[in-house]
Design a binder for this molecule. Structure first.
Ligand code: GLN
Length: 190
């Protein structure tokens, strides 16, 4: 079986570290900068970064529409700013999001007082908690009926799934633990 070909939206943000985790769990990472880069990909990662900047570059690169069409069908792992871009409703973002994931988020809500922090959160049924790194993270303030909770912190959703879309408020690429990438890649193998 060939390794799944996973794109990483590389307009801005944490690209290289996702690539390393993807390779570690048997996927083949490919940077996505232009619409043609989506050809022959099996899945895509929307990394963290700055959602205003990424939104602007999605328009100037011509990627917005083709990427949206790709994500309507294929597996997506969205982290932090990526979660913001997928969400149906976002406070205070001067751009339209992809709107594919039926959640509402507040940008930077976790980080107004503290810029970043890490916490152990439960991951699947693992005995070992997962160290989750939050950097000016979005807060999920509403989840639609079709949205499943994967993990929470202090009673708030920090990892959710809706069909082919997985979105995390934290940065799984910033630790050495590849469990999140492994779980996601296992789920996208043909
Ligand atoms: N707060 C950032 C935004 O609004 C996201 C931060 C991140 O991706 N680490 O885009």
């Amino acid at each position: 079986m060939t390794d799944p070909r996973v794109g990483i939206l590389a307009l801005q943000g944490a690209v290289e570290k996702h690539a390393r985790h993807l390779e570690a769990v048997g996927a083949s990472p490919h940077s996505v900068l232009l619409p043609g880069d989506l050809d022959r990909l099996d899945a895509i990662v929307l990394p963290g970064g700055e959602s205003t900047t990424i939104s602007r570059l999605l328009r100037t690169s011509g990627l917005f529409e083709p990427l949206k069409a790709f994500m309507e069908e294929r597996p997506v792992l969205a982290t932090c700013a990526g979660m913001i871009l997928l969400a149906k409703e976002v406070d205070n973002l001067p751009y339209e999001t992809f709107g594919l994931l039926d959640i509402s988020v507040d940008r930077n809500a976790w980080g107004r007082q503290i810029f970043s922090f890490h916490e152990n959160i439960p991951w699947m049924k693992d005995a070992d908690p997962l160290k989750a790194v939050f950097i000016r993270a979005p807060r999920v303030v509403r989840m639609g009926d079709g949205v499943e909770l994967l993990s929470s912190y202090k009673g708030e959703a920090v990892a959710v799934r809706q069909g082919n879309l997985v979105a995390l408020a934290f940065h799984p690429e910033l630790t050495e633990d590849s469990r999140v990438h492994r779980w996601w890649v296992e789920g996208i193998k043909p």
